[in-house]
Ligand binder design. Structure first.
Ligand SMILES: O=P(O)(O)OC[C@H]1O[C@](O)(CO)[C@@H](O)[C@@H]1O
Length: 244
């Protein structure tokens, strides 16, 4: 894994943006895997600014998000579709037909998981997958215990994850209990993975991701098996690493 320690969140966001721009410039028709959460917001802001300045086009880009809550209407402000619209889709020239998220409102959710996997395959797979890291090691919404052989599936959200995400909702009981997420096998199929980790509260999780034996009790350890992972961590997140 290629580890870069960034001075602070701004530096991390600038470098993350540059990495994505490099992907888009290097391959026409790039397929990006995108993440939600607080960590990538700065990266999206920088990408939108570059587009605004006329330096970046998403015209030939296709995107696939990692996950979506089950049960929130698509137009709900806290759905991940709404998050993506607010932070990126409404600000750049991505065509709506090229932006994909699992449909958490599908009548047949199992069929929806299969449809999403097939769509990913038909698009030729993900070139660059952006990931955040959960405190309990989740990647996407793959909670501890998820088999590494998992493809897109329905998950019951861990209480810790619901607590972490409660900050966006009025109260914790409003946080959905289920979601659809790309599986760990789906994530590892990406040709390249970019992991963004910020803040002292993620320091332990980053250390575990890098140094714990590979175990599905800490899903992010699966990344140790991938041949092309870049990690951007700010100094706060890196503070528990050996030598820091
Ligand atoms: O960037 P944050 O907000 O710390 O979230 C970390 C991870 O947790 C999730 O928000 C899910 O809880 C992921 O989407 C994200 O990658």
């Amino acid at each position: 894994m290629d580890m870069h320690i960034c001075k602070n969140y701004e530096d991390l966001s600038t470098k993350a943006c540059a990495h994505v721009v490099g992907q888009i410039a290097g391959k026409e028709n790039s397929v990006l895997g995108l993440a939600t959460g607080g960590t990538p917001e700065g990266m999206y802001k920088n990408l939108a600014e570059q587009h605004e300045k006329g330096e970046l086009s998403f015209q030939h880009v296709t995107t696939f998000n990692l996950d979506e809550y089950i049960g929130l209407p698509t137009y709900h402000p806290l759905s991940y579709r709404a998050y993506m619209k607010a932070h990126l889709f409404s600000k750049v020239d991505l065509s709506a037909v090229n932006t994909h998220l699992p449909d958490g409102q599908a009548a047949d959710l199992t069929a929806e998981c299969a449809r999403y996997e097939a769509l990913l395959r038909d698009a030729g797979g993900v070139d660059l997958q952006v990931l955040g890291l959960g405190h309990n090691g989740h990647i996407g919404f793959n909670e501890p215990g998820t088999p590494f052989s998992s493809t897109t599936h329905i998950v019951e959200l861990d209480e810790k994850t619901r607590e972490a995400n409660a900050r966006y909702f009025e109260k914790k009981s409003d946080v959905p209990r289920k979601a659809i997420t790309m599986g760990i096998e789906t994530i590892l199929a990406a040709r390249e993975i970019l992991v963004l980790i910020s803040g002292a509260d993620k320091a332990e999780a980053l250390r575990e991701m890098l140094y714990r034996e590979i175990t599905n009790e800490f899903p992010a350890t699966a990344l140790q098996q991938h041949p092309n992972v870049t990690i951007l961590a700010d100094e706060q997140a890196a503070k528990e690493l050996p030598g820091q």
